[in-house]
Design a protein around this ligand. Structure first.
Ligand SMILES: NCc1cccc(Nc2n[nH]c3ncnc(Nc4cccc(O)c4)c23)c1
Length: 227
């Protein structure tokens, strides 16, 4: 997260850290007791190694009462194409149901397939890098970002018609998501509307707004997997 700040501990109890050998790779969030949502590209970042899901954390390293590392029973993606940002969504089934408490809670996602109005202030959180030199935070960071219309985001100087109706854009001037935030939720009025995707991988440059997968465009698929 660029341009953000450390969150109040455990006020985002749905946040997940996808880890390989104790190293944070991607974000994610709890959508049901046994299911975490993230980004399909994160599987590539993990070189298909075995990964675990950390829930209940604020600090990645310190001992915290409700931190718990879960194994993964399986994953599913809507046939994401590896090279593009299309369908960059991942559902992770935990090996057991997460034990819910004040530090581990489910986050509701948007089921109505309507665009978030441009200018809406949303929030993205993660343990991704906090500077272009790649500083890794130990504690969860968050930043508030305004939504940019698809029409503006598709202009040539921005993403030049790459933004489909299954994606949305948020401002990236100074404040932005970045490496390691992929898979985390874009939350607007307390509901997950988007999932961080790396897109052009650029961070903090106003010319390349952040790209987020629109969750409401995948409700049918999500419900079919969770059923
Ligand atoms: N803001 C969009 C966004 C969301 C999520 C991830 C990303 N970036 C990245 N995703 N994957 C990456 N692998 C290597 N480098 C990357 N970005 C990077 C790294 C150092 C300095 C810098 O300015 C940008 C990324 C970008």
């Amino acid at each position: 997260i660029l341009g953000g700040r450390e969150t109040t501990p455990h006020l985002k109890p749905y946040m997940a850290s996808l880890q390989v050998h104790g190293k944070h790779i991607c974000g994610g969030f709890l959508i049901a007791e046994q299911w975490v949502m993230s980004a399909a590209h994160c599987l590539e970042d993990m070189d298909n190694a075995t990964f675990h899901v950390l829930l209940g954390a604020h600090s990645l390293k310190e001992h915290e009462p409700h931190k718990h590392l879960y194994g993964v029973l399986g994953t599913s993606s809507p046939g994401s194409s590896h090279d593009t940002n299309h369908d960059d969504l991942l559902l992770i089934q935990l090996e057991e149901r997460a034990h819910l408490n004040q530090d581990v809670q489910v986050l509701a996602f948007q089921r109505v397939d309507q665009d978030v109005p441009a200018g809406t202030k949303c929030e993205v959180a993660g343990w991704g890098i906090t500077s272009n030199t790649g500083r890794h935070p130990d504690k969860l960071q968050a930043v508030e970002l305004p939504i940019i219309s698809r029409e503006v985001c598709n202009r040539r100087i921005h993403h030049d018609n790459e933004i489909t109706e299954k994606m949305l854009c948020a401002d990236s001037r100074k404040k932005d998501s970045c490496k390691g935030d992929s898979g985390g939720p874009l939350v607007c009025h307390g509901v997950a509307e988007g999932v961080v995707t790396s897109g052009s991988r650029v961070c903090g440059n106003w010319k390349k707004p952040g790209i987020y997968t629109r969750i409401s465009a995948y409700v049918g698929w999500i419900d079919s997997i969770l059923a």
